[in-house]
Design a protein around this ligand. Structure first.
Ligand code: ATR
Length: 272
């Protein structure tokens, strides 16, 4: 029998995490010998507890709120994605070296590649709403995917300016976002607006070309008002659940040496 592989998501709180559902689904689907748990770790214990878990034989971890920056500091080596996003969501151990990466940019881009087949990232400007942690990863993904121009807007303009890490990024005021819609090829909401329990995202998207792709990273509800408006006026849309599912794939591959696929049963299970 092959070696038993242990992995876990580390967070505080961590009970709400969907990661155990996703990774255990794949462990079973691919007939692998391993486990994936959720472990609640207090911020002050992060480094000590991670080192103890590694000593206990864990192959790696996902790190979620509030540990993503602490994870970056703890790693012996990080890659460009983690460095640019300023956060590590995946830790894996290779020959005793603690390595860190961030799979959110991959998850974002793959979600669109899988669910808007033929979409050309280089085909025109992207309008990105929001400048939090998710936006940081998404911008990195879009730049690498060949997006020629990113228009970034956030309620707090300064945070958007801090994310303008490339000459292809321009920042506009939050209240001016409807004025640029005519030139937009991809519209992505990375804010929490439109999520169950959060305020609505107020934007009139009539001026958006009908070919423009609309994506929301909010997946509760799955069809946010933004996606419903887009669909009603004939725009192609991509929901947010795929970003969660696809970001898990490269992490799983690091630990279990098997690149898993997202399928409908997994999506249904995570949404139910
Ligand atoms: P995440 O890491 O998931 O991106 P975050 O860092 O808390 O989460 O970012 C949340 C995003 O939602 C930010 O862009 C935030 O805007 P501010 O930077 O101005 O806070 C945005 N957001 C949250 N509530 C908002 C609101 N009521 N109106 C507009 N934007 C809002």
């Amino acid at each position: 029998m092959s070696k038993f592989i242990k992995a876990a998501v580390l967070g505080h709180p961590v009970k709400h995490s969907k990661s155990p559902l996703i990774h255990n689904y794949w462990i079973k689907k691919y007939g692998l010998n391993g486990s994936y748990e959720a472990i609640d770790i207090m911020p002050q214990d992060f480094e000590k507890d991670v080192k103890r878990l590694i000593d206990e034989g864990y192959s790696g971890f996902n790190c979620t709120v509030p540990h993503k920056e602490a994870a970056l500091r703890l790693c012996d080596e990080i890659d460009d994605t983690a460095r640019t996003t300023g956060a590590v969501n995946t830790i894996y151990i290779k020959d005793g070296v603690i390595k860190g990466t961030n799979t959110d940019a991959f998850g974002y881009i793959e979600n669109i590649r899988e669910n808007a087949r033929g979409f050309d990232f280089s085909g025109g400007p992207a309008l990105v709403l929001g400048a939090g942690g998710a936006a940081r990863a998404i911008i990195y993904g879009l730049l690498n995917a060949g997006t020629p121009k990113i228009i970034l807007t956030n309620r707090t303009r300064e945070k958007a300016e801090n994310l303008a890490i490339d000459p292809r990024i321009s920042v506009i005021d939050w209240h001016n976002k409807e004025e640029v819609l005519e030139e937009v090829h991809l519209l992505t909401n990375t804010t929490v607006l439109g999520m169950d329990g959060k305020p609505a995202l107020e934007i009139d998207i009539k001026a958006l070309p009908k070919t423009a792709l609309i994506n929301d990273i909010v997946y509760a509800p799955l069809y946010t008002p933004l996606l419903q408006d887009g669909s009603a006026q004939g725009n192609p849309i991509v929901t947010g659940i795929g970003m969660l599912l696809h970001q898990a794939r490269p992490a799983f591959a690091k630990w279990f040496e098997e690149m898993p696929a997202v399928d409908h049963d997994l999506e249904r299970m995570v949404l139910s």
